[in-house]
Design a protein around this ligand. Structure first.
Ligand code: OSB
Ligand code: MG
Length: 369
């Protein structure tokens, strides 16, 4: 694939409702869309950054400058044989995984299109449909949370993830258990606690949560091992895992029993597949996390979730959950059983709605050979 042109769009989309986590509230999504052109084909990728460095250190501006100054010179005008090669090409540049993944993801879509195969097929996906969970942000009151959970169960979501923070944790989770009984529920702390809270997590064991996601520091795997040893509930790592090497170390240390794979956080689909395979060998189930993506990022998430060890429903709720209007068509839809069909048409399997893409574009940057 001769890389002839790359377009980087700065995008802004407004969320239907504010999404609160322990690190802040998101009202709008500022992110990047990448387009890579070769011959008759164009591949699309999404850079799942935010405008602030509160989830990870990357932002829209850091990702844009890393892509422009360091990643594009490595691929523009070059003949890239396979998206896996990009992993090696980019390896000298440390971290900046979301920036790397925005390019790598577009190359995967492009590659699949040139092969006339679906993205799921070229990465070795085996499932024809995936099971979907939902992530519920921190609510003002317990009643608000109970209403959200009820609505999500009615819609058919097969896993309910509840964001927690100090003061809005065990009582909130207990009220969900009391009202809805034995539903598949988990908590995501986004690093809001320390080992000083160990008693709280021991108490949470009684709630039979499927897992607790990233309870401790964003860069920690040592304290997580101590906590995992002290509680029965599986710990799932999100923020702490940036590579297959991180995953190997966390598994060896016993820091988690489950891993959340986000393509952007680990630097691309190739690295995601490596983590998926390592976890499969080690009996660690994985699931696909979300970053409130537009339909383009979501389509990539649906494709990787078709790999066999994605056995736990992911945060792959359809487009309509967050957006009044999405930039792909058809929109991603979930049936009442909580399933999304994995597309079989070439590439990511959804068309980009060029008018809507343009409508949400703040700035377009074109780079040619
Ligand atoms: O920790 O999984 C997370 C959104 C933004 C930043 C971090 C996280 C999340 C979510 C979103 O939980 C879930 C989704 O995209 O539907
Ligand atoms: Mg998380």
């Amino acid at each position: 694939m001769l890389i002839e042109k790359v377009v980087i769009r700065k995008m802004k989309m407004d969320l239907k409702f504010p999404f609160q986590t322990s690190f802040g509230t998101l009202q709008e999504r500022l992110f990047l869309i990448t387009e890579i052109y070769s011959g008759d084909h164009v591949g699309y990728g999404e850079c799942v950054v935010s405008s602030n460095p509160y989830y990870s250190e990357e932002t829209v501006s850091t990702a844009f400058s890393i892509i422009k100054e360091f990643l594009l010179p490595l691929i523009l005008g070059k003949d890239v044989q396979h998206p896996d090669d990009v992993n090696k090409l980019f390896s000298r540049i440390r971290r900046n995984n979301m920036a790397k993944s925005a390019i790598e993801g577009a190359l995967w879509d492009l590659y699949a299109k040139t092969q006339n195969k679906s993205l799921a097929e070229v990465i070795g996906g085996q499932k024809s449909e995936i099971t979907v969970g939902v992530s519920i942000g921190i609510q003002e009151t317990k009643e608000d949370l109970l209403n959200k959970v009820e609505e999500s169960l009615k819609q058919g979501f097969k896993k309910i993830k509840i964001k927690i923070m100090p003061g809005k944790d065990i009582e909130y989770l207990r009220s969900v258990r009391e009202k809805f009984g034995d539903i598949p529920v988990m908590a995501d702390a986004n690093s809001a606690y320390t080992l000083d809270d160990i008693e709280l997590f021991k108490e949470m064991d009684d709630l039979n949560l499927i897992m607790i996601e990233q309870p401790l520091a964003h860069d920690d795997i040592v304290d997580h091992a101590v906590l995992q040893n002290a509680i029965k509930t599986p710990i799932c790592l999100d923020e702490s895992i940036h590579s297959v090497e991180d995953a190997r170390k966390a598994i060896e240390l016993g820091s988690c029993k489950i891993i959340n794979i986000k393509i952007g956080r680990v630097g691309g689909i190739s690295e995601s597949i490596k983590i998926h395979n390592l976890c499969l060998q080690n009996n660690i189930p994985v699931w696909c996390g979300g970053m409130l993506e537009s339909g383009i990022g979501r389509a990539h998430n649906v494709a990787i979730t078709s790999l066999s060890n994605f056995t736990i429903p992911g945060d792959t709720a359809p487009s309509t959950r967050y957006w009044v209007k999405d930039i792909i068509k058809p929109e991603i839809t979930m049936n009442e059983e909580g399933h999304i069909q994995v597309p079989t048409t070439p590439g990511m399997g959804y068309e980009v709605d060029l008018d809507t893409l343009e409508e949400f574009t703040l700035e377009t940057n074109e780079f040619t050979i």
